[in-house]
Design a protein around this ligand. Sequence first.
Ligand SMILES: [Zn+2]
Length: 131
Amino acid sequence: MTNFICPHCKGHLRVSNSIIFLTKTTKGKSGLLLISPDLGDYSVKMHPSYNNFEEGEVVNFICPICYENLDASEYGENLAKVIMQEEDGKESTIVFSKITGEKCTYKIGDSDVKSFGEHSGEYDSAFGDLF
Ligand SMILES: [Zn+2]
C-alpha cells in the first residue's frame, strides 16, 4: 500500500482507501475531507453538511494528527503538501491545490516532477527547472 504521511509529525494520513484531512475554509467552515490516494483522482468524500464549497473557495488542509497546517508555501500560496511513501520505500512530495475546483497535483521526486489533473499547467512556473 502507498502511504501518505504528514511532513510535520510523520503520522499516517491514509486509512483504508482514503487520505483524511482536517480542513478549514477561508470563510470559516471546517470539516473532514476524505480524498482518493490515486493521483489525478479528484473524488472527495465528506459529510453532506460540509458539501457546500463554492468554485474558487480556498480550503486550508491541516494534519488531523498534529494539527499543523500542510501549506506548501515554498511552491505557492495556494498549494498544500504531503509525503507519499511507495511500497518500495521511495518517497516523494505530493503538492496539490487548495482551491476548490482546481484540479492539479504534482509528484516531486529526487530528480523529476510529474503533474496530474486538467489544471496542472497553472503552477508549472512554481517548479521552475524541475520540469
Ligand atoms: Zn501531522
